[in-house]
Design a protein around this ligand. Structure first.
Ligand SMILES: [Zn+2]
Ligand SMILES: [Zn+2]
Length: 238
């Protein structure tokens, strides 16, 4: 395992994922991760949970099987202004939010609409990561997205699941090649996320690492590489 941090994982609570928190943490421990983030889908994803779930996470230990845990959420961007499906009060209690475009929650817009949606979501305080900005059904203006990520201090994800051969997202690799060029140009950091929906995929970064190596992406712009930088970025205590 090249990087020991994974902040994008789902459990049974998300409604279309198949392991428990403990199963995910055990898998992470076996793979040698040091930090695991649980980021369930927010309420507008069909079959996911409700806001009370996110308000009760304090009952879960912040360390399990020797691994530090963070509790976040993957919010759904709901409109082309970037509004999402949890309010600031609920988000305030979480360690971080990933904001993503998902087909059941928002339609496929024009380049301008999709780009506005992503940039609008970046302005929400807790949104620290944009999830899988790689789906050609949501065409993006990558230069604008990358510049806004820098301005709003948000990480852009390189999503391992999108790059997997059986992904339902389309042409992610080509999208990432464009995005990564701008990340180098404007010095914007990315974060690899497994987007695991089962414990076996926790920490899986195989395809993302391969792509980043292929394009010679600089290590200093990979947030999984530097725990201190990541904690500073998320504004959580080390
Ligand atoms: Zn997602
Ligand atoms: Zn996800």
């Amino acid at each position: 395992m090249k990087y020991k941090i994974d902040l994008h994982t789902h459990t049974l609570i998300s409604g279309h994922a198949y392991s428990t928190i403990q199963e995910n943490v055990k898998a992470a421990a076996e793979k040698g991760l040091i930090l695991l983030g649980i980021s369930e889908h927010a309420p507008k994803m069909p079959g996911s949970t409700n806001k009370i779930y996110f308000q009760n996470l304090k009952v879960i230990p912040r360390e399990m099987y020797g691994i530090r845990l963070l509790f976040g959420v993957e919010v759904n961007i709901l409109d082309f202004n970037g509004n999402v499906d949890l309010d600031d009060e609920v988000l305030g209690d979480l360690d971080y939010a990933i904001a993503s475009l998902h087909p059941p929650c928002i339609g496929f817009g024009t380049v301008e609409e999709n780009t506005n949606a992503i940039i609008g979501a970046m302005k929400i305080d807790k949104v620290k990561i944009i999830g899988h900005p790689d789906d050609s059904r949501y065409v993006l203006d990558y230069e604008a997205v990358v510049k806004a990520a820098k301005e709003n201090n948000v990480l852009l994800e390189v999503n391992n699941s999108s790059l997997s051969p059986n992904s339902f997202r389309i042409n992610a690799k080509d999208a990432y090649i464009k995005m990564l060029e701008y990340c180098v140009k404007y010095e914007v950091a990315v974060i690899i996320g497994s987007d695991a929906h089962i414990s076996f995929d926790v920490g899986n970064q195989e395809y993302a690492v391969k792509l980043l190596e292929e394009v010679n992406f600089p290590e200093k712009l990979i947030a999984n590489n530097d725990l201190e930088m990541l904690f500073r970025h998320l504004n959580v205590q080390n």
